[in-house]
Design a binder for this molecule. Sequence first.
Ligand code: SIN
Length: 532
Amino acid sequence: MKKYDFLVIGSGIAGLSFALRASKHGSVAVVTKRDAAATNTAWAQGGIACVQSENDSFDEHVADTLDAGAGLCPEDVVRTIISEGPDAIQELVDWGVEFDKKHGDSDEEEVALGREGGHTKRRVLHHKDTTGREIETKLLQEVRDTENIELFEHHFAVDFITTARLGFATPPRCVGIYALDEEEGKVITLQSDRVILCTGGSGRVYLYTTNPDVASGDGVAMAWRAGCEIANMEFIQFHPTCLYHHELKSFLITEAMRGEGAELIDKSGRRFMEEYDPRGSLAPRDIVARAIDREIKKTGEPCVFLDITHKDANFIKDRFPNIYETCLTVDIDITKQPIPVVPAAHYQCGGVNTDVNGATSLPGLWAVGEVACTGLHGANRLASNSLLEGVVVSHRTLKDCLSAIPVGQNVERLDLPPWESGDVTDVDELVVIYHNWDEIRRLMWDYVSIVRTTKRLQRAATRLQNLQSEVQEFYWNFRVSSELLELRNLVEVATLIVDSAARRKESRGLHYTLDHPDKDDESWLVDTILKK
Ligand code: SIN
């Protein structure tokens, strides 16, 4: 058993920024299930939203966030995160992150700001179209160079160890985790009084997603099993523009492209977005994704198109080099032809219920980033607010950890028992795991995606119940593997999404159901909180 002052699970912007700051106060372990750079953060293209220019203000950024959030964002949370943004950006720069610059009116260099859907001002800092990769690379380099941080790559967090799970008669709290060391094939015990969950979201619950393979909802599933409150899981954001191509799946076409003038068109070249919203292609994502879904269903075409060909080719190549090069590999020259796009699952706006300091309902456990629900995103996240939330809230979390349990005054150490694997064998038929995995993702796409109905949700719930008992049986009878653990988490999170969606009898933000197509502020201006 290893003991640390801070135990961080996940290696995206929230986990790494927390670890870097915490290392000044004590020993830190960062546990991550694949290579440390395999995160949702690394795939973020557009950038990080933060007020930076004279003609912008915190009030305007707050107003845009509240507007997108459709009544469910607590204003104090939004204001806190947004107003602490500039200091957090400076910290990223101090860690070596480079944001694009441009020459201003007085020819002095200033930060170049992009615009995305729902933002009334240009306020998105970016690094070309690979902002997340730039942040991930620089933070990871710092982490690898920091002595007080031990990085456990290819270690899969199986479950939290809690006093309740151990049957101790002490007040309930989180005291560590069991983690599968994939190389050694054994489960190890890591103990800490301050466990920080930063495992990102659950896009892989859906058949079509812009997320990397790692996004299987592990953190929410673990927290749920440990008895934490889970909030607003019905609000899954579908990004309107994922590349539609049979060879290249899950490739995002950043919203920043629409911010630079790209227009959504159909096969005949018709700009259809104005028929749905006066803001056209730059309307908030829920509106654009639903409009595309409607167009696809109406016309029977498999996709719509995003057209930026009217812009100068050199500008396109310089501003979106990653998208330009990647599309060329499948013979799409974005400077000359419109890009085929479809909506795909992109971001989980709900998650482990926390306050603005990342504190969960389980003492000793904090959650930060996409895995958590501070309320910032309400019923629909404003583009590029998530990297901001990750880096701002992780700062507040460290302060909260230090004041709740000062380092050096650790809670009395408990003797944690090692993992019991019992009488198990290796999974004999991996095909069953893959089949169940595919089935969950397809049924979630067909029954629980952009447009929902009560009947479809009921169908999904019934099927998931059967899958859950099958998966549980595997879990008890076979040696744990990352495939089995991901499947176990995936079915758990899918069930939480369906359960939350079934409870909300109205349409709001990202939750749209044909059976209750209107917003109902009188009954439903509330978060959906699930408790075991
Ligand atoms: C994008 O680049 O369109 C994604 C940005 C975000 O999801 O915040």
